[in-house]
Design a protein around this ligand. Structure first.
Ligand SMILES: NC(=O)c1ccc[n+]([C@@H]2O[C@H](COP(=O)([O-])OP(=O)(O)OC[C@H]3O[C@@H](n4cnc5c(N)ncnc54)[C@H](OP(=O)(O)O)[C@@H]3O)[C@@H](O)[C@H]2O)c1
Length: 352
């Protein structure tokens, strides 16, 4: 899998940019305009330069099922302005018939001298680079790690056929998500909680547990789907979460692993239902189990400037007896936000 160069990602705006990097970053910015609108497709932007190095067109993949970035950019041109020029695109142009015809044919028709690509497509059906080279077009890569980071959700869903999983926790500075009584309202500020409502909209589904539904009775209504892990169907069907489309994973429809619901099987079932991203909001038991199974891709951790100071307070992660610090799971932080008074840390597992 790909490695993320944290320093490169965080500091790129401060570095000297060569023209290829500059136009590729333009592609990234165009691509990001489609965030949340194209899954399970990737976010792609395209910038077209004429033979004198002047930008003559831009485009991006705007909506799932609609034109890809290259098509949107090239169809804006009236004549052969791109001939001898350079086309920048953050993903290898497609070469197969999907919901739209192959972009690589349209690129070749426009006779650019060079195509600069961010990353090779992980879809095994795509062979755009060979087609470009066979047509005598130079192909270069630039900012490959950043291009992969941008489309990390697409890479995971395409290669593993599982949804991309982000776990959210909200904890005190000593890592407690609730007091031993279960009291957890509210650890973080209203501002942080409002941000969580907005974040939820970036996902297809919120996953939670029987315990959390019983303790907090959340409605979690901001996503298309909800998933409750409830092995013995202990939750009350009049709970708020069931007012909207909710998949209940129980021992009636899910295989067990070590006596618990097989979490990977649940994620596979969600993927089969067209769910490509999952936002997990739960307590430490389920979070620990997901972590142990290696099923979390990212963590959004809210930290409130509070200290509970009670060993029996509930922790973000309840795992096994770990004896060596070297056994700790490592992440890379890619964003830190001060929300006054809380902070939000977004981090990704380096193996994602
Ligand atoms: N601060 C925060 O960010 C936050 C967020 C959510 C919740 N909370 C708090 O967390 C507390 C609940 O924490 P918790 O640790 O008791 O519960 P939890 O982690 O939310 O859920 C654990 C339960 O999930 C179910 N589950 C299903 N499959 C599982 C699997 N494979 N592995 C592990 N669990 C599985 C089990 O119940 P079944 O046997 O019934 O299936 C298990 O008891 C509540 O007090 C709530 O307020 C805090």
């Amino acid at each position: 899998m790909y490695q993320i160069s944290f320093r490169l990602y965080m500091c790129y705006t401060k570095t000297m940019q060569n023209p290829d990097e500059k136009y590729m970053r333009m592609c990234f910015e165009l691509a990001k305009q489609a965030s949340g609108k194209v899954a399970p497709n990737p976010m792609v932007g395209c910038v077209v330069l004429d033979k004198n190095g002047k930008i003559i067109s831009k485009g991006y993949h705007e909506k799932y099922g609609q034109n890809h970035a290259e098509r949107n950019a090239l169809l804006k041109l009236k004549n052969n302005e791109a001939e001898g020029g350079t086309i920048y695109v953050n993903l290898e142009p497609c070469s197969h018939y999907g919901k739209t015809p192959p972009c690589v044919d349209l690129v070749i028709e426009h006779k650019p001298k060079r195509v600069v690509i961010g990353m090779k497509d992980v879809n095994p059906e795509v062979n755009g680079i060979s087609k470009l080279k066979a047509a005598g077009i130079e192909v270069d890569f630039v900012l490959e790690e950043e291009a992969q980071f941008l489309n990390r959700r697409f890479i995971k869903t395409m290669t593993q056929k599982l949804p991309y999983v982000v776990l959210k926790t909200a904890a005190t500075m000593d890592g407690k998500i609730a007091a031993k009584t279960g009291s957890s309202k509210w650890i973080t500020s209203e501002k942080s909680r409002e941000l969580v409502y907005t974040m939820r909209k970036e996902f297809d589904c919120i996953m939670t547990s029987s315990n959390t539904v019983i303790a907090d009775n959340p409605s979690m209504s901001q996503t298309r789907w909800r998933c409750v892990l409830d092995k013995n169907l202990r939750t009350d069907k009049s709970a708020k979460i069931y007012r909207n489309n909710t998949y209940i994973a129980s021992e009636q429809n899910t295989p067990l692993k070590d006596g618990e619901l097989d979490l990977e099987a649940v994620l596979k079932e969600l993927y089969a239902r067209g769910i490509y991203s999952v936002f997990v909001e739960c307590g430490g038991t389920l979070a620990g189990a997901l972590l142990k199974a290696g099923l979390i891709d990212e963590i959004y951790q809210f930290i409130a400037p509070k200290i509970l100071n009670d060993n029996e307070g509930l922790s973000c992660f309840n795992g096994e007896n770990i004896t060596e610090i070297s056994q700790a799971k490592s992440l890379k932080i890619y964003e830190v936000k001060y929300l006054d008074p809380d902070i939000l840390i977004k981090s990704v597992f380096s193996s994602s």
